[in-house]
Ligand binder design. Structure first.
Ligand SMILES: Cc1cc2nc3c(=O)[nH]c(=O)nc-3n(C[C@H](O)[C@H](O)[C@H](O)COP(=O)(O)OP(=O)(O)OC[C@H]3O[C@@H](n4cnc5c(N)ncnc54)[C@H](O)[C@@H]3O)c2cc1C
Length: 382
C-alpha cells in the first residue's frame, strides 16, 4: 500500500519556507521545525534584499541557473501577489583601467548565463544614468532589483500553512537517528524533549546545516560540507545623500573574495546602505555587531565611485553572516542541494552553503527539491 511520506523541514528561513510552500501543494504531511520564536530570524533577515541578475557565477552552476530561474519566478510572484519590489537596475562601475577587462568578462558570463538586457556603458553613458557616480565604464543590469524580504517570507509561511503544513517555532532539532526506513528526530521545546518520526528530512538549517547533517551521522568533512562563517557589515548613509543615486551601484568584484565588494543598495523607502564587507570569522560565533572602526574602510571603498560621500555620512547598521563552503581566498563553491541516498541516507535532502544569491533562488530551489523527491528513489512508498 502506498501513502504520502511525512516530510520534516529543518529551519524556517526563506529556503525552508519556500520548500515548505512548494511541497505543501503536493504532500499532506509537511512539518517545519524552527528553533527561533518566529521565521526568518537569521540570515534571511540580515541581507541586502537584492533580486540578483545572475552574472557573477560560473555558467552551468546551480547558483547561475537557479538565480536566473528564481529571479523570473520571484518577479512573477511579487507582481501577482503585490509583494513590494522594484526592478530598479544595477550598475557595476570600473574606477580603474584594469577593471574594464573584468567588466567585459562579467558581461560575457552574464550573457552566457541568460541574464537579459546587460549593456556595457562608457563614462558618458554612465553619467546619463547616474550623474553623481564616478567611473570609467560600467556594466548595466536592468533586471536587478530589490524586494521586501519579510513580505516574501510571510507569503510563503501563510500559504504553506493554508495548504496544511505545520510550522513549529521554539523547536530545536538536537538529534537525528536513522531507523530502518525512516528517521527519528529529537526536538527540544524549552525544557521539553520529544521525538518525532518522519519519512523524509530536508535540511534547510542555514548556518547550522552542516551541524544538522552531522547529527544524522554524515561525514561532513569527508563530504566537504563543512561551513565557514563570513561576516558582512553594513553602514547606513545619511538620508540627504540617499537621493543622489537612482539604482544599485557596485564596484568591480575582486577575484576569490568572500563578497561582491562594498556596494550601495537602496531599500524600498529609498534609503541607502553601504555593504556588506567580507570578513571570515575564526570561530562559529554568530557575532552580528557592527564596528564603528570599520567606517574608514567603507568610506574609502565607496567614495571611489560615489565622491559625494563624506565619512560622517556613515552610521553603523546591521550585519549578516554568509554560510560559506569555500575558505578564505579559495575559488568558487556551488550550493549543495543533494538527495543523500547515494551516501546511505535515503529520504534525506541537504541544502548546505545557501549563501547569496539564496533569496533570489528561493522559489527555484523549492521547485528543485520537489523534483528531487519526485524523481528520487526515496522514500520507498513514493
Ligand atoms: C550579508 C548577506 C547579504 C546577502 N544579500 C543577498 C541579496 O541581496 N540577495 C540574495 O538573493 N541573497 C542574499 N544573501 C543570501 C540570503 O540571505 C541567504 O541565501 C538566505 O537568507 C538563506 O536562507 P536560509 O533559509 O538557507 O537560512 P536562514 O535564514 O539562516 O534560515 C535557517 C534557519 O534554520 C534554523 N535552524 C538552524 N538550526 C536549527 C535546528 N537545529 N533546529 C531548528 N531550526 C534550526 C535557524 O534558526 C534559521 O531560522 C545575503 C546573505 C548575507 C549573509
Amino acid at each position: 500500500m502506498t501513502r504520502d511520506p511525512t516530510i520534516t523541514i529543518i529551519g524556517a528561513g526563506v529556503i525552508g519556507l519556500a520548500v515548505a510552500w512548494e511541497l505543501s501543494k503536493k504532500f499532506e504531511d509537511v512539518f517545519v521545525l524552527e528553533k527561533k520564536k518566529t521565521f526568518g530570524q537569521e540570515t534571511s533577515s540580515r541581507n541586502s534584499e537584492v533580486i540578483h541578475g545572475g552574472m557573477y557565477y560560473p555558467s552551468g552552476s546551480l547558483k547561475a541557473k537557479l538565480c536566473v530561474e528564481g529571479r523570473h519566478l520571484l518577479y512573477e510572484l511579487c507582481k501577482k501577489q503585490m509583494i513590494p519590489h522594484n526592478r530598479m537596475g544595477k550598475l557595476i562601475v570600473a574606477t580603474e583601467k584594469e577593471e574594464i577587462n573584468v567588466l567585459e568578462n562579467l558581461f560575457k558570463l552574464g550573457e552566457a548565463n541568460g541574464v537579459e538586457g546587460l549593456r556595457m556603458l562608457d563614462r558618458k553613458e554612465l553619467k546619463v544614468l547616474e550623474p553623481n557616480v564616478e567611473g570609467l565604464a560600467a556594466l548595466y543590469s536592468p533586471e536587478t532589483g530589490i524586494l521586501d524580504t519579510h513580505c516574501l517570507m510571510q507569503y510563503f509561511y501563510d500559504h504553506a500553512k493554508s495548504n496544511g503544513a505545520i510550522v513549529a517555532f521554539n523547536s530545536e532539532v538536537t538529534g537525528i537517528e536513522k531507523t530502518f526506513d525512516a528517521y527519528s528526530i529529537s526536538v527540544r521545546n524549552g525544557r521539553d524533549l520529544t521525538a518525532l518520526g518522519t519519512d523524509m528530512v530536508i535540511n534547510c538549517a542555514g548556518l547550522d546545516s552542516d551541524t544538522v547533517a552531522e547529527m544524522a551521522g554524515m561525514g561532513v568533512d569527508k563530504l566537504n560540507y563543512r561551513l565557514r562563517y563570513c561576516k558582512g557589515q553594513y553602514f547606513r548613509v545619511n538620508s540627504s545623500k540617499s537621493r543622489l543615486i537612482n539604482r544599485l551601484v557596485y564596484p568591480v568584484p575582486k577575484p576569490k573574495s568572500g563578497g561582491l565588494g562594498i556596494h550601495a543598495t537602496l531599500d524600498l523607502a529609498g534609503s541607502m546602505r553601504l555593504g556588506p564587507d567580507d570578513e571570515y570569522l575564526d570561530n562559529r560565533n554568530k557575532d552580528y555587531s557592527v564596528k564603528d572602526a570599520k567606517k574608514g574602510d567603507f568610506y574609502a571603498s565607496a567614495r571611489k565611485f560615489m565622491p559625494f560621500l563624506e565619512e560622517e555620512d556613515l552610521i553603523p547598521d546591521t550585519a549578516g553572516i554568509r554560510p560559506k563552503l569555500q575558505g578564505n581566498g579559495v575559488d568558487f563553491r556551488d550550493f549543495v542541494i543533494e538527495d543523500e541516498t547515494g551516501h546511505g541516507f535515503a529520504g534525506f535532502i541537504n541544502l548546505i552553503g545557501i549563501e547569496s544569491p539564496g533569496f533570489t533562488c528561493s522559489l527555484a530551489i523549492g521547485q528543485m527539491v520537489r523534483k528531487l523527491i519526485k524523481n528520487g528513489t526515496v522514500p520507498a512508498q513514493l
